[in-house]
Design a protein around this ligand. Structure first.
Ligand SMILES: Nc1ncnc2c1ncn2[C@@H]1O[C@H](COP(=O)(O)OP(=O)(O)O)[C@@H](O)[C@H]1O
Ligand SMILES: [Mg+2]
Length: 445
């Protein structure tokens, strides 16, 4: 996590970090066989006395965190854990103290030395950082395992709250943030489909009214399935929805989450959903067909596990509080039993001639000069392309025109469409371009 250089922590916290740093320095000296200096001990005693008062005062910055009813030792621990981030020098000393480790976070073993814990304090430490212990349950520290040599880390959100730092971006593990934004008017869809997308948002905006006020059955999600051929705007529609909500969009790569190791997939999905639960974010699972198509056809052991993964994924998606968008290119292969579990199923059609004309108008760069012979309605009728094809061809035509130092004309478009179609066709004939073929330069044929 990056620390803003201008972060100025409140004075009491500065004293906390100073104390931890001093403790760490003293421990380092004693590991090297040297006595701590007298003035270090003196300063430590001073700090200890002041901090005791400050921690108990109404103004204690620790009160920003859920620390009520924790034993005093818990604040000592928190200060020592957080100091590795708030004062990076401390992190370096921790690393040195745990020689041979690349770790800048303290382990319980180190913390108990640093804070000079006796046996009963050590037991208390173990209790606080157990899976159901207060520090973990309240999400104050993150623990990987309950080994004495597994590092304790500050939970970024709590650290940010304590320090008044901007909230860290919480990317759920296994997901990738999609930064693209897009507005409704950029989306070219039949009116009823656009309407369905807006209705999907109602499930998010009016949950309180319908569930809390009117007693509607609470369900997870909402979950939408977008189906349709590649390039028809399924992913783009997810961007539009996230933009409209003002929420970040995260794309989940299922292929990456589905592990060849049995049981790992559940674990990976579990981590993802735990991190995303109840957060204001849109999760998008792209091309889920691989997971959903084979249900019921158990031919070999591998398939059986794939089926377990499917049920687990669907169960997790259903109970997840927050919008999920699944996309697939193969509607027909999706089990009807699946579709019934979604709040909304939207089919994305290939655009008709009118929609294609609309797409061509948008996809040619806005300020590009257009030749007089450029006939968009003709072009739209001539070749049955998807929005994705038109986006690529429109841009390629612009580069061709720029290379020719001319306005975009029909020959540029014809070449660009030819190139676009050639991407997924081995054998391409001019007739595939329909009447647009007349504009292909001789040299290409
Ligand atoms: N219906 C559409 N309306 C507007 N733009 C579209 C549409 N379909 C495709 N596009 C354009 O093509 C690009 C690729 O489409 P994409 O959403 O990735 O298709 P899909 O996810 O269905 O395969 C989009 O980023 C967008 O620029
Ligand atoms: Mg897509």
């Amino acid at each position: 996590m990056s620390v803003p250089l201008n972060a100025i922590a409140p004075p009491t916290l500065e004293l906390e970090w100073e104390r931890v740093e001093l403790l760490a320095q003293c421990l380092l000296s004693s590991q090297r066989g040297a006595e701590p200096a007298g003035e270090q001990i003196e300063r430590l005693q001073q700090l200890q006395a002041r901090l005791e008062r400050l921690r108990n005062s109404e103004q204690s910055p620790w009160r920003r965190l859920p620390v009520e009813d924790l034993p005093p030792l818990a604040l000592d621990l928190l200060a020592a854990v957080y100091a590795a981030e708030t004062r990076p020098r401390v992190g370096w000393i921790y690393q040195e103290l745990q020689s041979g480790s690349a770790q800048t976070f303290a382990t319980p073993a180190l913390l108990s030395l640093l804070l000079a814990f006796d046996d009963s304090e050590l037991a208390s430490l173990r209790g606080l950082i157990a899976a159901d212990g207060a520090l973990v349950a309240r999400k104050l520290v993150a623990v990987e395992s309950n080994s004495a040599f597994s590092p304790l880390r500050p939970e970024p959100a709590m650290l940010a709250r304590l320090m008044d730092w901007p909230l860290p971006e919480q990317t759920p593990p296994g997901a990738v943030r999609v930064r693209q934004r897009a507005d409704w008017d950029e989306l070219v869809l039949p009116t009823d489909r656009a309407r369905m997308l807006r209705e999907f948002l109602l499930w998010l905006r009016h949950r309180e009214r319908v569930v809390d006020e009117w007693g509607g059955r609470p369900v997870g999600g909402p979950v939408a399935l977008f189906s349709g051929p590649s390039g028809t705007g399924k992913t783009f529609a997810a961007i539009v929805l996230a933009t409209e909500l003002g929420w970040p969009l995260f794309r989940v790569d299922l292929a990456r989450l589905v592990s060849k190791y049995i049981g790992e997939t559940e674990k990976n999905l579990g981590r993802l959903f735990d991190a995303a639960h109840g957060q204001p974010m849109v999760l998008q699972f792209d091309e889920v067909d691989a997971l959903m198509s084979k249900r019921g056809e158990i031919k070999e052991a591998r398939d059986r596990y794939a089926n377990m993964e499917v049920s687990y994924l669907l169960a997790r998606i259903e109970e997840h509080q927050g919008p999920c968008i699944l996309t697939t290119n193969l509607r027909s292969q999706i089990d009807k039993a699946f579709s019934r579990r979604f709040q909304m199923v939207v089919e994305f059609p290939r655009p008709d001639a009118q929609a294609r004309a609309e797409l061509w108008r948008r996809m040619l760069p806005q300020r590009a000069p257009l030749a007089d012979d450029l006939d968009i309605p003709f072009l739209a009728r001539a070749v049955n392309l998807t929005g994705g094809n038109i986006r690529n061809a429109g841009l390629h035509a612009a580069y061709l025109a720029a290379g020719d130092r001319r306005a975009i004309d029909m020959s540029h478009i014809a070449i660009a469409v030819w190139r676009e179609l050639a991407k997924d066709r081995v054998q391409l004939n001019p007739s595939d371009l329909g009447p647009l073929a007349a504009h292909l330069p001789e040299a290409l044929l």
